[in-house]
Write a protein that binds this ligand. Structure first.
Ligand code: TTP
Ligand code: MG
Length: 412
């Protein structure tokens, strides 16, 4: 037999009732209760809800007033994006240990290409089971996984037995598992196409598989018709695309003597933010989510994150958020700071958020100054340009200690 195309093993993972599950984890008394994440009232919509609330017909994007009517006994929470982003990143770190080829799709779902790791789908299922176990053990959350020879089938599979599902769809199972589903499940079928297909009496994917391609083309166009026919046969050759560009930039430093003086801590925050801003500008990037990492003398470690309304490459913005996070979300108690890290993720190219950024003249001026300072630094070295704040170092203020670890920015 001539060698065919290499069979792939693709995994799709989607967290169950993500925001709601995180809230239940944080407040276990909510377990088993209908929980809705969203704002109540006339203008609110439901972000998501627990599976207990779904039994009443509540779902994402539903007007809150409808949800209140369907499930008056539900507990409502407004949602905490920072926390969900943090958890999402923790999960991402786990995924990265499973495969070098990870393509995140949203805050709670990703594709993993396991082809180089799993010899066949059966092995892919074992890996998926391990992955689910690890997420449950370390995050106390459940994920649903689909394993299949391509992205389309893997995504369909992960949704089939939610929550806590694990479904494999080999090509041989396309008829049994894919064909009964409604046409709306086909990738590329939005509400308009769906209406057209339904108008032609095509309700399920089986109907598409059985339809004549020329007739289908007359309804939706030749290109889409051939695409839908391929999907209905369970064929999809889109590759899993991990981002090639940097995902985050961070800078951290460990102090030989724990920092206790609030001024010293504040200065350290600014120094780290300066490094991150400089690296962003060097790479021509802007970032959206600011991260703060703090390790106390007793090794208690916090990681906190907050997303900006506009992406930035400026230390001023980064340090503003880092300070907020430090003030609001770090409880040092009697401990000093042993390690401090500042980072940024949600990176994009500089041009991306420019409209809004350039609308702000003040920010643009600061940016020009920052660039000029970068240029001077490049020519004359690190010491040549120091922000006034950094120069306010008083005498005898040696409590910062010496850096144990390098504070060079790291890009990953
Ligand atoms: P989903 O994965 O679509 O939903 P889910 O994880 O809550 O539930 P499921 O078990 O069905 O996967 O979306 C992930 C998160 O994105 C969700 O927890 C909340 C947020 N979200 C919104 O804020 N609005 C929306 O309309 C949707 C669909 C999701
Ligand atoms: Mg989900």
């Amino acid at each position: 037999m001539p060698p065919g195309p290499v069979a792939r093993v693709i995994l799709h993972l989607d967290m169950d009732a993500f925001y709601a599950a995180v809230e239940v984890r944080e407040a276990p008394s909510l377990a088993g209760r209908p929980l809705i994440i969203g704002h109540r009232g006339r203008r609110g919509v439901v972000s998501t809800c627990s599976y207990e609330a779904r039994k009443f017909g509540v779902h994402s994007a539903m007007p809150s007033v409808t949800a209140e009517r369907l499930c008056p006994q539900a507990v409502w929470l407004p949602g905490r994006m920072d926390l969900y982003v943090e958890v999402s990143e923790e999960i991402r770190r786990i995924l990265d240990t499973v495969s070098p080829l990870v393509e995140p799709l949203s805050i709670d779902e990703a594709f993993l290409d396991l082809s180089g790791i799993a010899s066949d789908l059966t092995r892919g299922v074992e890996i998926a089971r391990d992955l689910k176990d690890r997420i449950r053990a370390t995050q106390r959350l459940t994920a649903s996984c689909g394993v299949a020879p391509n992205k389309f089938l893997a995504k369909v599979a992960s949704d089939l037995e939610k929550p806590d599902g694990l479904v494999v769809i080999p090509l041989a199972a396309v008829e049994a598992r894919l064909w009964p589903l409604p046409v709306g499940r086909l990738w590329g079928v939005g509400p308009k196409t769906e209406a057209r297909l339904l108008g032609a009496g095509l309700r399920t994917i089986r109907d598409i598989a059985a339809s004549d391609e020329a007739t289908l083309a007359a309804r939706v166009g030749a290109e889409l018709a051939s695409h839908l026919k391929a999907l209905a046969r369970g064929e999809d050759d889109r590759p899993v695309e991990s981002e090639r560009a940097a995902k985050s930039i961070s800078e951290e430093r460990t102090y030989g003597v724990d920092l206790r003086d609030p001024d010293a801590i504040d200065r350290a925050l600014l120094e780290r933010a300066e490094g991150v801003g400089r690296e962003l500008r060097r790479l021509g990037l802007v970032g959206r989510t600011v991260h703060l990492k703090v390790r106390a003398g007793d090794f208690t470690t916090w990681t906190r994150a907050r997303t900006l309304s506009e992406p930035t490459d400026l230390a001023e913005e980064i340090v503003r958020v880092a300070r907020e996070l430090f003030a609001e979300r770090i409880a040092l108690g009697r401990q000093g700071v042993r390690l401090l890290g500042v980072g940024i993720s949600g990176l994009g190219s500089e041009g991306a958020g420019q409209g809004a950024l350039f609308a702000d003249e003040a920010a643009e001026k600061v940016r020009r100054l920052a660039r000029a300072a970068d240029a001077v630094r490049e020519r004359f070295g690190e010491q040549a340009v120091q922000r006034a704040r950094l120069l306010q170092r008083g005498h005898g203020e040696k409590d910062e200690g010496d850096a144990e670890a390098s504070s060079l920015p790291s890009v990953d």
